[in-house]
Design a protein around this ligand. Sequence first.
Ligand code: SF4
Length: 239
Amino acid sequence: MKRDLALIVKRRLPVLIFKELMATSRKSELLKIYKRLFQHFGPQHWWPAESPFEVIVGAILTQNTAWSNVEKAIINLKKQNLLSCGAILKIPDKDLASLIKPSGYYNQKAKRLKDFCTFFLKEYSGDIEKMFSEEIGVLREKLLSVKGIGPETADSILLYAGNMPVFVVDTYTYRILSRHGLIPDEISYEEIQSLFMDFLDSDAELFKEFHALLVMTGKHFCKKKPKCSGCPLEDYDSN
Ligand code: SF4
């Protein structure tokens, strides 16, 4: 029995060491990127909001639009004291749509806000602490079951409203990593997410900053047509 065990350990050890080395190298590459971006842009302190509920509203409104448009819509909601589930559910759809018009797709987004509020009241009695005391995986699945909430929105809610250690992946994350050969062209949202969550420490603050820094890089440099000159990753080499 002892000999069998020794044999298994002997055979498995190189595989385990290889896996360990891969994990160490991936972690150091990701941290290398993080450090470069942080040095260039500084701390981002995301998400700009006064309450977790405001973060959730922002996460829903920011789909397919620039943040500056979301800000205008949130200001309109604040002026009318509408940043609560009860108030959002009470206001007629067309009035809500008109207030959030600056964020685009306003009829659809008004419906999404109401759908989320209905879910929030039904599942958690509108209690934000109750919602975020749920186990991460369970809450993520529940959020994804709400119409109009996809992985990026659900993960933004978990990370930025709930301080839960979940990495948010967006178009910029994909573009930056693929342009540097760190991921293949064909890859799923969850596979990219695992790259960060499996190899970095499970640290919500690190995930918040890292995502925000990737967004800044995408907005300022890694556009559809990349502007590599002056980009903090200009001379980054993953080999
Ligand atoms: S702009 Fe160029 S250097 Fe910067 S992240 Fe994109 S591909 Fe890399």
